[in-house]
Design a binder for this molecule. Structure first.
Ligand code: NAD
Ligand code: UD1
Length: 352
C-alpha cells in the first residue's frame, strides 16, 4: 500500500473505491486486484482500520494500490484525487450502516451518506468520470409483500439508514435522467456474511455486533455468552426470521462483474440488481450450520422480536445473472466456515 503516491503504472484501469478499508470494500479490493484492476482507495477509517488495507496488500503483493486518507465530504480532497489519478469509474461503499444509530443520529446519517454521495458525484461530474457502482441494500424493499423479491417490487424505508439508501437511489436516477451517458449500477445487497477464505481479512464490527453472524462468531470464540434469537413466532418453517445470506467474496465479485458489464454495448447504462443467493435460511439453520463447521456449541435463548425486523427476505437474483453474468457460488457451509476461520484466527479483529 502506498499513501498518496501513484505507482505501478503497468495496470491500466483504475477505479476509485470509497470506503475501501471496510468489510465489503476490502474484499472487493482483493477481487479487483486479482482481475488486474488498479484500485485507488479513499477512507476516513471512521468504521475501519488501516490494518485491513495492510492485510489486503499482503494478500495481493506489495504496493498494489494508492490510499488517500480522508472524507468523501471533503471536496478539495476529491478534486485532488481526480486530478492526480486517472480514474475511470467509482465503486462507492463509503457510508454509515448501523440501523439503530441512524435512528438516534439521523442528521449524521443524512450528512454522511446523502451529503457525501452528492459531493462525490459533483467531483465525478467536474472530472468527467461517469461510471459508478453504488452499495444499495435489500432494506429498500421494506417489508416485502412476497418472496423472492424482484427489483421492481415497491420500495419503502422504516429508518433513516434505509431512507439514505432510497434517497441516493433517487439522486442517481435523476442524474441518469438528465445525462444518460452516466453508467450507474445500484447493487442491492442482501445479507453479506463470511470472510476471505485465507482468514486474513473479515468483518470487524465495533463493540457488540448487531448482525447475526458476527454475534454467533463472538459467542463461538467465547467473547459473548449466548445468542438472543429475536422472535420464534414468525410465519416461517421454524418460527425464526429467514434471510438471504450471501458470502462476501461472491458479493465482492458482483462489483467486478458490474464494471465489466458496462463495457458491453448490450447492457443498459442504468442497472438495478439484487445481489443475493435466492435462498433463505432461518436463524436456527444458521446457528446449526455454524455449529457443524466450527465444532462449537452456540448457546441461545429466544427473545422478543426486534423492532423493524421482517419475517422473510430473500432475493430473486435472476436479473443479476442475466445482466451481469453473475451468480453466487458459495453456500451456507462456506459462509460459516470462513466466518469462523476469520474469527478464530483474529479473536480481536484487526487489533493485534
Ligand atoms: P463498513 O462500515 O465496514 O465500510 C464502510 C467504510 O466507509 C468504512 O471503512 C468507513 O470508515 C468508510 N467511511 C464511512 N464514511 C466515510 C466518509 N464520509 N468518507 C470516507 N470514508 C468513509 O461497511 P460495509 O459493510 O463494508 O458496507 C459498505 C457499504 O455497503 C455501505 O454503504 C453499506 O451501507 C452498504 N451495505 C452494507 C450491508 C452489510 O450488511 N454490510 C448491507 C447492505 C448495504
Ligand atoms: C440488518 C438491518 C438492515 C441492514 C442489514 C445489513 C435491522 C433491523 N436491519 O438486517 O437494515 O441492511 O442488517 O446487513 O437492523 N438476529 C437474531 N439475533 C441477533 C441478531 C440477529 O436473532 O443477535 C436475527 C434477526 O432477527 C434476523 C436475522 O437474525 O432475523 C438477521 O439479522 P441481521 O444479521 O441483523 O440482518 P437483518 O436484520 O436482515
Amino acid at each position: 500500500m502506498s499513501v498518496n503516491h501513484p505507482f505501478n503504472e503497468t495496470r491500466t484501469t483504475s477505479v476509485l473505491v470509497t470506503g475501501g478499508a471496510g468489510y465489503i470494500g476490502s474484499h472487493t479490493l482483493v477481487e479487483l486486484l486479482s482481475n488486474g484492476v488498479r484500485p485507488i482507495v479513499i477512507d476516513n477509517f471512521e468504521n475501519s482500520s488501516p490494518e485491513s488495507l495492510r492485510r489486503v496488500a499482503s494478500l495481493c503483493g506489495s504496493e498494489p494500490f494508492t490510499l488517500y486518507e480522508g472524507d468523501i465530504r471533503d471536496s478539495g480532497l476529491l478534486d485532488r484525487i481526480f486530478s492526480e489519478q486517472k480514474i475511470e469509474s467509482v465503486i462507492h461503499f463509503a457510508g454509515l450502516k448501523a440501523v439503530g444509530e441512524s435512528v438516534r443520529e439521523p442528521l449524521r446519517y443524512y450528512d454522511n451518506n446523502v451529503g457525501g454521495t452528492v459531493k462525490l458525484l459533483e467531483a465525478m461530474q467536474a472530472h468527467d468520470v461517469q461510471t459508478i457502482v453504488f452499495s444499495s441494500s435489500a432494506t429498500v424493499y421494506g417489508d416485502p409483500h412476497t418472496t423472492p423479491i424482484k427489483e421492481d417490487f415497491p420500495r419503502s424505508a422504516v429508518n433513516p439508514y434505509g431512507r439514505t439508501k432510497l434517497m441516493i437511489e433517487e439522486i442517481l436516477t435523476d442524474l441518469h435522467a438528465t445525462d444518460p451517458k452516466w453508467k450507474i449500477a445500484l447493487l442491492r445487497y442482501f445479507n453479506p456474511v463470511g470472510a476471505h477464505p485465507s482468514g486474513v481479512i473479515g468483518e470487524d464490527p465495533n463493540g457488540i455486533p448487531n448482525n447475526l453472524l458476527p454475534f454467533i462468531s463472538k459467542v463461538a470464540v467465547g467473547q459473548l455468552e449466548e445468542l438472543s434469537i429475536f422472535g420464534d413466532d414468525y410465519p416461517t418453517p421454524d418460527g425464526t426470521g429467514v434471510r438471504d445470506y450471501i458470502h462476501v467474496v461472491d458479493l465482492a465479485r458482483g462489483h467486478v462483474h458490474a464494471l465489466r458489464a458496462f463495457q458491453k454495448e448490450t447492457v443498459p447504462n442504468f442497472l438495478t440488481v439484487n445481489l443475493g443467493t435466492g435462498r433463505g435460511y432461518s436463524v436456527l439453520e444458521m446457528v446449526h450450520a455454524f455449529e457443524r463447521v466450527s465444532g462449537k456449541t452456540i448457546p441461545y435463548e429466544f427473545a422478543a422480536r426486534r423492532a423493524g425486523d421482517v419475517a422473510t427476505c430473500f432475493a430473486d437474483p435472476a436479473l443479476a445473472n442475466r445482466l451481469l453474468g453473475w451468480s453466487a457460488q458459495l453456500g451456507i457451509e462456506e459462509m460459516c466456515r470462513d466466518a469462523w476461520n476469520w474469527q478464530s484466527k483474529n479473536p480481536e479483529g484487526f487489533k493485534r
